[in-house]
Write a protein that binds this ligand. Sequence first.
Ligand code: ATP
Ligand code: MG
Length: 206
Amino acid sequence: MSTDANDTRKDGKHKRAMEKQKTKVDANIEAANIERGVSVLLTGNGKGKSSSAFGMVMRALGYGQRVGVVQFIKGVQLSGEEIYLRDRCPDVYFYQMGTGFTWNTQDRSGDIAAAKTTWQHALTLLSDPSYDLVVLDELTYMLAYDYLDKEAVIEAINNRPVEQSLVVTGRGGGSELRDAVDTVSEVKDIKHGFTAGLKARKGVDF
Ligand code: ATP
Ligand code: MG
């Protein structure tokens, strides 16, 4: 077969495959007709959970939507997203657990108190229909350590305003949380530069 004939055959095959794909996609778009806020859990051991959540923050802000972010971490390392939101986005509600929490939990009751205070900020957002997007970054660890009541957290997620979207990040989180949300993505760790000695990088890792 000449090169031209081969190209024509490939073009035809590609066109038929694309037509089939379009029919399928169009049917799926047609079937997805429920309009309400979406809850997303970004979990897994790979890199990309929080950065994906902040990507959605940018998307929402692009449409002039109201955004709230609560981070359930101790501010051991300042992050670009924290600096940006605090300094440049006065309209974005931002709260970070900041004090009290230590990963090695030397002060369990202090950690629990900090988690509960932070949860109150989350609850305020989850009760306020003026927020279009709420990010609860690293919330899963609070559930894993039993610092927050899982049922209360899931109830608040379920009862949030209908139009409000929610993103929860963190490894694990448990089957109840997975069942409660609409979309669950697991970021798989194929490899991470850190294990090969690459230093965490500004703008990429924090
Ligand atoms: P990111 O904030 O970069 O999206 P993440 O939210 O998926 O990462 P976390 O567990 O919250 O992951 O950890 C945040 C930090 O740890 C980042 O600096 C990230 O590069 C690093 N990190 C994430 N996953 C891994 C991994 N598998 N090995 C080593 N470091 C990791
Ligand atoms: Mg993270």
